[in-house]
Design a protein around this ligand. Structure first.
Ligand SMILES: [Zn+2]
Length: 144
């Protein structure tokens, strides 16, 4: 299936995508992060909520940018623009799509693309970031 990276709207949406790490990574196969979308105004929010693409797992036409339900009526005003990215069928319709390898790969593709271009990943203090690859010298090998 085709990544949202190649969707015609990706260049417009990308600057407003924010990667949220919400738990310790369970290793390379199970990263725990959300892909949040912060539209600049209601017009953009409306446009992006209407976007469609095939589910990366099964190909059914889906809306990849969705709205979070407000937690309470008091939060409704701000929650209106609280959007997120999801590359598969909604959980309530086809659970396996969101739990399979295609979804995992798509999350990583979008996350990497955003990190390369914006470096905006937000890592809460409680979460240990993924360590950088150790260099020759960091691993204790001395220069000859
Ligand atoms: Zn699907």
């Amino acid at each position: 299936m085709i990544s949202f990276l190649f969707h015609a709207a990706f260049p417009e949406v990308a600057p407003f995508i924010r990667i949220e790490i919400y738990g310790r990574d369970g290793g390379p196969d199970r990263p725990r992060h959300r892909i949040e979308v912060d539209p600049p105004d209601d017009a953009a929010a409306g446009r992006w909520l209407a976007l469609t693409m095939p589910c990366v797992a099964c190909g059914t036409l889906i809306h990849p940018i969705r709205q979070r339900r407000p937690k309470s009526s008091r939060g409704r005003r701000t929650a209106r623009r609280h959007l997120y990215f999801a590359p598969t069928c909604p959980l309530s319709e086809r659970l396996p799509c969101s739990r399979g390898p295609a979804a995992r790969d798509e999350y990583l593709i979008i996350r990497r693309a955003i990190e390369w271009t914006t470096n905006k990943t937000h890592v809460p203090a409680a979460v240990t970031p993924v360590p950088q690859a150790q260099t020759l010298f960091a691993s204790g090998v001395r220069e000859p």
